[in-house]
Design a protein around this ligand. Structure first.
Ligand code: TEU
Length: 567
């Protein structure tokens, strides 16, 4: 069993130090990261060959999106065999080598635990569906087929969450695609299977798990119909099953507490107040959750809605109040399910792309919580210019098209106009390594998904030779987080919640007082430095032209300028 020594010194200011609070995490979506064998699909040897790009940033942990055997109905979030590597990604030997190469660089690796559902091609489901009397029948959730569809629960990927299945004619539940049947966590044998597969990977040396839609594992056994209001956000119901906390506490007791690992649950449907039930340290469930209020700030289902900077600031304050005292937060602006951060919260037009990507990075890495960087964010990669529906790959897009356009509820153009901002596919175009053919992602003729045309300019090779690139800014920010404990553990205070263009907050720990000022606009913005210190030292600016001498009185921030100052 791998041991990660916990020898962190605790002080009255920092009573609960943990390595995972001090870590910066980088998410890899292996399918789109780097292809080593020319088949057009990213793979583990490709990832190994690019590890220095990741360590070069100074991050400590990689979260690897699913690498397991899968028929890819949902790009690996539909697992056929939890103990096998997806053949497109390589072999178990490649995985073991990945672990060894990470460990040689001081990197920890966490993997994706997708156990709300499996693939319908998993051996358990093959047995379960075969007959009512099969010993694995209760591994999944079945309802009598003679009474019609059991209730009105929708699947996130379109249509009903129930599919009628031969040979028994009964319905099984799938909150996602029909090829992703939900496991029955009320069956203790299912839980034992999950704990077993967790041990399998932990004993190999993985440092923990990101847990896919983990709040959904417990279902209300009465399966009540959703009201019209609940149908607008079914996740809020799905995340509130009666036994979710019992199961997470059991998982912690049986497995997690026996290893020095980090856990982060994907908390879709969990409100800020409920979040602390998952992460309060004295409840012994998870270390952290991904809360959705930031990345869904401007979303209602697939529709994009307006957002404002005061809205964004209010989320951080709410989360800090709800979770900061009892547990620990995460901070992230993107992942494989979201649009690209710079297109979403910044400004990806030519003059603003670089400064706004850096401004967002400053805001994120100076927040209180463990930061998660999504691959390509460190290059300022942008949304893809989708023109037509057939350019999309995502199962969710196909379900939306069937549910809304094919039924005549909306025009195709209307759905498309939202997907151009909200689709998950923006995050899934391949990493841009070079300005050359297929952005250096693959040497083969056919990358599995479109490469963004801006790779000639936006790519890792160009970023490395440019002192002022987005990548270089992430490096500096991560180094600064290490040098200034206040950026990790310091108290968080929003100093001007209503300001429409400036995000101004402080981080204070013991005698250290840091001030972060971010201009969320493309115009210069005046700012009066708070009184108190004689002058402020500039620790970091994203503006190469900023004179880094002491600051006092009034300053003017440039377009998308972000400053970290110290009293
Ligand atoms: O996503 C959970 C989830 O419910 C949403 O974020 C999802 O992306 C969708 O947009 C809801 O409308 C997780 C994974 O991150 C995602 O990639 C998987 O598709 C999903 O679970 C099923 O495993």
């Amino acid at each position: 069993m791998p041991q990660h020594a916990s020898t962190l010194t605790e002080t009255p200011d920092v009573p609960s130090r943990r390595w995972w609070k001090e870590a910066v995490v980088y998410q890899v979506y292996p399918r789109s990261f780097a292809d080593s064998d020319g088949d057009g699909i990213g793979d583990l040897p490709g990832l190994i060959s690019r590890l220095d790009h990741i360590t070069g940033l100074g991050v400590d942990v990689i979260w690897l999106s699913p690498h397991f055997d899968s028929p890819n109905a949902d790009n690996g979030y539909d697992i056929r065999d939890y103990r096998k590597v997806m053949h497109e990604f390589g072999t178990m030997e490649d995985f073991d080598r990945l672990l060894a190469e990470c460990s040689a660089r001081g990197l920890r690796l966490i993997i994706d635990l997708v156990v709300n559902h499996t693939s319908d091609e998993h051996a358990w489901f093959a047995e379960s569906r075969s007959s009512r009397g099969n010993p694995k029948r209760d591994y999944y959730i079945w309802r009598d087929g003679s009474d019609g569809v059991p209730n009105n629960w929708p699947s996130f990927f379109g249509g009903s969450a129930w599919t009628k299945d031969e040979p028994t004619g009964d319905y099984y539940l799938h909150l996602f695609a029909a090829k992703q049947p939900d496991l029955n966590w009320d069956n203790p044998e299912v839980r034992a299977e999950v704990y077993d597969l967790m041990r399998f990977w932990l004993d190999k040396g993985v440092a923990g798990f990101r847990m896919d839609v983990i709040p959904f594992i417990s279902k209300d056994p009465s399966f009540p119909d959703l009201t019209a209001e609940q149908l607008r956000a079914p996740q809020d119901v799905y995340a509130n099953g009666p036994r979710v906390h019992d199961y997470l506490q059991e998982m912690n007791r049986e497995v997690l507490s026996r290893y020095d690992v980090m856990t982060v649950g994907e908390a879709f449907g969990v409100s800020d107040r409920q979040a602390s039930l998952f992460v309060a340290e004295d409840r012994h469930e998870l270390n952290m959750v991904f809360h959705f209020d930031v990345v869904r700030l401007d979303r209602e289902g697939w529709r994009r809605t307006p957002w404002s900077l005061p809205d964004l600031k209010a989320v951080y304050t709410r989360l800090d109040h709800a979770v900061g005292g009892t547990g620990w937060n995460t901070v992230f602006l993107g992942n494989h399910d979201t649009p690209r951060a710079v297109s979403h919260f910044g400004d990806d037009s030519a003059p603003c792309r670089v400064p706004s990507a850096k401004a967002l990075a400053t805001m994120m890495l100076a927040q209180r919580g463990t930061p998660f960087i999504y691959q390509g964010e460190e290059l300022g990669m942008t949304n893809y210019p989708f023109q037509s529906i057939d350019q999309f790959d995502d199962v969710e897009v196909k379900g939306l098209w069937a549910d809304w356009v094919e039924t005549g509820r909306v025009e195709g153009e209307e759905l498309l106009s939202h997907l151009r901002h909200t689709s998950r596919d923006h995050a899934r175009t391949p990493m841009q390594w070079t300005g050359g053919r297929h952005a250096g992602f693959t040497t083969g003729p056919n990358p599995w998904f479109a490469i963004h045309p801006n790779h000639s300019e936006v790519n890792a090779a160009a970023a490395l030779v440019d002192e002022h690139s987005v990548y270089r800014h992430y490096q500096r920010l991560i180094a600064l987080r290490r040098a200034e404990p206040a950026l990790v553990y310091g108290d968080y205070l929003d100093l001007d919640p209503a300001h429409e263009r400036l995000f101004v907050f402080s981080r204070s720990l013991g005698g250290d007082h840091l001030l972060v000022v971010v201009n969320f606009s493309r115009d210069p913005e005046p700012f009066a430095l708070p009184a108190g210190p004689e002058a402020w030292r500039t620790l970091l600016s994203n503006d190469p032209g900023r004179d880094t001498g002491p600051l006092r009185g009034d300053v003017t921030l440039g377009p998308w300028e972000a400053l970290i100052l110290k009293a």
